[in-house]
Design a protein around this ligand. Structure first.
Ligand SMILES: [Zn+2]
Length: 280
């Protein structure tokens, strides 16, 4: 279903843009989960039941265009680094809060990936031993407190809106009038600050950039509280050198960052082979 939606969306974008497929440098795809670049691209999305999904091979059935696939937090961090709040930074962490939570770590101007590209699975670092159940199967993960799904679950009362985004916006809007909402959101800011403090102590970044649709909604209202909690839980010296700010590119930064992947490949002199004939 997801592959079908991507392939259909791709055809729509090409048609709407009036661009001939032969002139397209490549397709960038940002997805949740760990994206492993081995002999073929595999996606390990433990929180939503994707186990070693050969996404590139699956998408290949619908397009012959060059494909670059990466984790959405990593694509977002590249977008903020190239065009947004991370411009000019050599050491930064870009935090993506949506339904769940992830991050991209930039060290010496480059993405830190680890041995199998799972580095910066920040949402599944533990903030409460034995705490709330997480979608990954563990307990007490940061995501189980600050992801939009978890925030709404912790609130536990009906909210207007038919999706997580409108429900979270309604929750934030009711901060001043609902003690329950204020309590849940204050806790969220505290947990988010703890998560950011851990990043500061571990990676000594110059900047921490908070983005993703839920991160931007929360940060818009609660950035001072998030900063205060980060200050309280991190070492004074690295905290003093860290700017904590919101992403500049809005909720579409994941997609914008995905679009930088084929451009980066091209600029680095590693272009894909041209599309084969017979595909869209
Ligand atoms: Zn988890």
């Amino acid at each position: 279903m997801i592959v079908g939606a991507v392939v259909t969306g791709l055809a729509t974008v090409l048609a709407n843009g009036g661009v001939d497929a032969s002139r397209v440098l490549g397709i960038g795809v940002g997805v949740p989960g760990i994206v492993e670049h081995g002999p073929e691209v595999l996606v390990h999305g433990q929180t939503f039941g994707w186990e070693s999904i050969p996404l590139e091979r699956l998408l290949r059935s619908g397009t012959g265009l060059p494909l670059d696939i990466d984790n959405g937090a990593k694509t977002m961090s590249q977008a903020e680094l190239w065009f947004g709040a991370g411009r000019g930074a050599q050491h930064a962490v870009v935090c993506l809060i949506g339904s769940g939570a992830g991050a991209g770590i930039i060290t010496n101007g480059r993405a830190h990936r680890g041995s199998t590209s799972s580095a910066a699975e920040w949402g599944h670092t533990t903030v409460t031993a034995g705490g709330r159940a997480c979608r990954c199967g563990s307990r007490g993960c940061l995501e189980a407190y600050v992801g939009a799904e978890a925030i709404l679950d912790r609130y536990g009362l009906p909210l207007p809106g038919d999706d997580q985004e409108s429900a979270l916006a309604a929750l934030i809007n009711s901060y001043a009038t609902s003690a329950r909402a204020a309590e849940v959101l204050d806790d969220t800011a505290r947990y988010l600050g703890v998560g950011i403090a851990n990043l500061i102590n571990l990676f000594n970044p110059e900047r921490i950039i908070l983005g993703g649709w839920a991160g931007l909604l929360l940060g818009d209202q609660m950035l001072p509280a998030i900063r205060a909690a980060a200050r309280q839980h991190s070492l004074r010296h690295p905290f003093a050198g860290t700017l904590i700010e919101l992403g500049h590119l809005g909720p579409d930064a994941v997609a914008l960052g995905a679009a930088t992947l084929p451009i980066e490949r091209f600029l680095n002199g590693r272009p894909h082979q041209r599309p084969r004939r017979g595909f869209a």
